[in-house]
Write a protein that binds this ligand. Sequence first.
Ligand code: SAJ
Length: 410
Amino acid sequence: MINVIGLGYIGLPTALMLAASGNDVLGTDINEAVIAALRRRELPFFETGLTELFAKARHKGIRFSLDLENAGIYIIAVPTPYDSQSKKVDMSFVIAAFEGIQNICPENAIVVIESTVSPGSIDRAIRPLLSKNIRLAHAPERIIPGNMLFELCNNARIIGADDSDTEYTLKELYSSFCTGEIIPTDIKTAEMTKVVENTYRDINIAFANELAKICHYGGMDVYEIIRMANKHPRVNILQPGPGVGGHCIAVDPWFLVGDYPGLANIVLAARKINDSMPEFVLERIREIMKLENIKDPRQVGLYGLTYKDNIDDTRQSPTLQLLACMREHLAPALKCYDPKIKERIVENQCFSLKDFLSGLDMIVIMTAHDEIIEQYRHLHDKIVLDTHNALPKGNNVYALTRSLTASCQK
Ligand code: SAJ
C-alpha cells in the first residue's frame, strides 16, 4: 500500500494517478475540510482532467483519511516555505509528516519526499530523526499547474535514493504511470537539481523583466526586441510580466540564497528584480492615470488574482503582492476581480466581470485568463494596462513598457 501525505496541488494528483494506475493508495491530510470534501467526491481545486482522474481513482478504490496507516511506501508532498528572515527552507511540515510516519510504519518502509527542499536538507533535518530502519528517498515533483496531468505522465523523473534496491522499487512504482525517463541519483543531487530548475526559470524571467524596465526608460518596445532576438538560434528570452508568483519559482531560489549567501549572487539579483515588478506596475498605473487624467484610484481595477492564467492558485500572486505594496503606502484597496476565484480573499473583490467593469475607467490586466482575451470587446471604452501583452493592440491599450514603435504608440 502507498500512503500519500499532503493532498494539495502535488499530492492529490499524484495519489489519484497512482490509484488510477492500479496501486493501492491511501491519501492523508491534516486538513479535515480537505478529507471531508474528497470523501464527498469534491475536488479542493481545479486542474484540467482532474475530475476524470478522480472518478477513475475512486473506481479503483482510493481512500482518504486524516490518519496515516501501515504502508510499504509513504510519499510526502507537504509545503516547504522559506523562513522570511534567514531565507532557509522551513522543513517543519516535512518533519511533522516524517515523525507521524515513523510512529506507524513497518521496518524497511520507504519514505519518499516529493516536496522541494534545499540540497542537504534531508541529511540535515530528517536522517538524524531516524529511530528505525527506514529507507529515505527524494523524488522532486516537476509538474506545472495548468498541465499537471500531462507532465505527471510525461516528464522525466529524478529519484534520489541511498541504495539500488530502493531505486529499483521506486522506479517500478513511478513507471506505473510515468512514461518519461526515470533517472536514479543520490538524494542531495536530486534536491539540488530541482532547486536549480526553478532558479533557472526565475533568473530567465528576471532577465525579461529587467529588459522591460530598461526598454521602458529607454523608449524601446521590449516585446518586439525579444521577438526579434529570439530569432537567433541560441537565444530564447522569456516574457516580462507583473512579477513572479506561485509556491515554487518565487520560493525555491531563496533556499540557495539562504544556504550560500555571498555565492548565490545572480540568484539573489533575480529574486529582487522579480519581486520589484508589482511596484513597477504600480508606478506604471500612476503614470498612465496622469496621462489619461484619471484622478481617483477608485476608478482603477485589477483583473486577475491568481499567479498565472487559467488556474485558481493565488499563492504569492503578483496581484496580492501589488495590493500588499499599496497597503504599505496606506493607499485604498483597488477593485479586483478574478473569474477563477469564487470566495472573497481581498477587499473590494467583485464576482462578475460586469460588476467589476462598472464605474471603472482603467483596467489593469494582471492575469491573462482566457475569459478576458475572449471578452476583450467589453474593454473598448476603458483605458487598459496589459501587463502580459496578451490583448490585441488598440489606442486604449498600454503595454507594461512605454513603446515608441508604430504598433503601440504609448
Ligand atoms: N512568468 C513570467 N514570464 C514568463 C513565464 C512565467 O513572468 O515568461 C511568471 C508567471 O506568470 C508566474 C510565474 O512566472 O507568475 C511562475 O509561473 P511558471 O508557469 O513559470 O511556473 P510554476 O511556478 O507554475 O511551476 C514551476 C515549474 N518549474 C519550471 O518550469 C522550471 C514546474 O515545472 C515546477 O514543478 C513547479 O514550478 C514547482 O512545483 O516547483
